[in-house]
Design a protein around this ligand. Structure first.
Ligand code: ASP
Length: 438
């Protein structure tokens, strides 16, 4: 029988009630034999995430401050869950060890915070009657602390061979000397993907508290439609614009192995969620899949007569940026114009310097700085096949009276990027959304 790796995020394991939902989900499909878990997250708005409490406790203890009150919050939560789930785990003893890990100065920060996932996995394993496999055994980093994909694949796949059912903590692994090392925040998504690859899973399920990906940001567009199917490439384009449900790095291990990802909602398990597939496996349903955007860009527009014939012009412009330590996001060009679009964060404090450098090395006829721009990406694997997609976007913006400051369509033909003034941003996203959802 095939295997599905099911990864559960922090809010899916926030209390005993959520653990029960997780158990029902795992038992509902025989193929769900490997679970990867986050540390317990927020039970409601304003609540603490266990990982945040662990960081705070460790850092305060390292400063010599008293952590009794903070630690009590952690202890209370774990003891309550353990009691309500009637676990056989000796949680009092676990809490003593946790206190030691946080306060003794004998353990690293990574080790201390990894205990959230460790305990979460121990609890779920106990509750399910499944084996517990420590991530330290199979998720491996090298001496410099860089994740070692090849060795992990080799060791972890061997460790998982023949395992019937197991729970594995997310977020961390170990270095060659045995020291615990964590991924960046939200890293359990990566662990889930790594386990899915090592187990040669047929599917990687990522259980969260949202219905999957939506066609647009619900803070901008009212009730956007959910996305049933999206490709890895489309997801990359959207993630660049800040649309995030999944940790960026979680895609690569499963993408390499051709394992689809299914984003699901623990609080609404019968909903199909969003399926992330390779382009050759996905049907095209319409011209566009989603719209995402970001504020905070500035364009440097450079004009020079006969620019196209001048050897090395582009190199000199980019050289000026490089000398100032500025990376650029987009580079739309015309016959006599070249525009460099940068994020404000990248440009901050350096604009005068770079303009001066460009003036000196390129002697342009005209150079203009346009700040306060937003980028909107209209992404769709279907747009190659549907003529008129660009014109629908532009007509929608024109009808809404919105001025387009720049257009960029990469040769990938799955993304049309428009720049508008930030004051028009929300209206522009709504206009494009409406044009494709009549
Ligand atoms: N618990 C970790 C965090 O809060 C990792 C995760 O949940 O993915 O970042």
């Amino acid at each position: 029988m095939g295997v599905i790796v099911a990864k559960f995020g922090g809010s899916s394991l926030a209390d005993a009630g959520q653990f029960r939902k997780v158990r029902d989900i795992l038992l509902a499909d025989d193929r769900r034999r490997l679970a990867v878990v986050s540390a317990p997250g927020k039970r409601e708005d304003g609540d603490d995430k266990v990982t945040d409490l662990l960081y705070a406790c460790h850092d305060r203890a390292a400063q010599g401050e008293n952590i009794d009150e903070l630690f009590e919050k952690l202890r209370g939560r774990f003891l309550e869950m353990s009691r309500e789930l009637d676990l056989s785990l000796n949680m009092e003893a676990e809490m003593e060890q946790l206190h030691f890990a946080l306060t003794s100065g004998r353990h690293t920060r990574d080790y201390a915070v990894s205990r959230g996932e460790y305990l979460s996995a121990r609890m779920l394993a106990d509750f399910m009657g499944w084996e517990f496999i420590d991530a330290s055994e199979g998720v491996l980093f090298d001496n410099r602390g860089v994740f070692d994909q090849e060795r992990t694949q080799e060791v972890l796949s061997r460790r998982l061979a023949g395992v019937e059912h197991a729970v594995i903590p997310g977020f961390y692994g170990s270095m060659p000397d045995g020291m615990v090392k964590t991924f960046s925040r939200g890293g359990s998504d990566i662990s889930g993907a790594i386990v899915a690859r090592a187990a040669a899973a047929e599917l990687y399920e990522n259980w969260t508290d949202v219905p999957g990906f939506l066609m647009a940001d619900p803070r901008i567009v009212k009730k956007p439609k959910p996305i049933a199917v999206i490709t890895y490439r489309e997801l990359r384009e959207l993630a660049y614009m800040g649309a995030s449900v999944l940790h960026d790095e979680a895609i690569f291990p499963v993408r390499t192995a051709g394992i689809p990802i299914n984003i699901r909602n623990t609080n609404d398990p019968s909903a199909p969620g969003t399926m992330i597939l390779r382009a050759d496996e996905s049907h095209v349903r319409g011209a566009i899949t989603a719209i995402a955007g970001r504020k905070g860009f500035t364009a440097i527009a450079i004009e020079k007569n006969m620019m196209n014939a001048e050897l090395g012009f582009g190199r000199r412009i980019l050289g000026a940026l490089e000398d100032c330590g500025i990376s650029f996001e987009h580079l739309p060009t015309g016959i006599d114009t070249m525009t460099v679009l940068c994020s404000d964060a990248n440009l901050s404090g350096k604009i005068e310097q770079v303009i001066e450098k460009i003036r000196r090395s390129c002697q342009p006829d005209h150079i203009e700085v346009i700040s306060g721009l937003s980028l909107i990406a209209t992404v769709g694997r279907g747009m190659v096949r549907y003529p008129g997609t660009a014109s629908r976007i532009f007509a929608a913006l024109a009808d809404a009276g919105i001025n387009i400051r720049m257009i960029d369509q990469g040769s990938s033909e799955i993304n049309i990027i428009t720049a508008v003034e930030s004051a028009d941003f929300e209206r522009a996203v709504n206009a494009i959304y409406a044009a494709f959802n009549k």
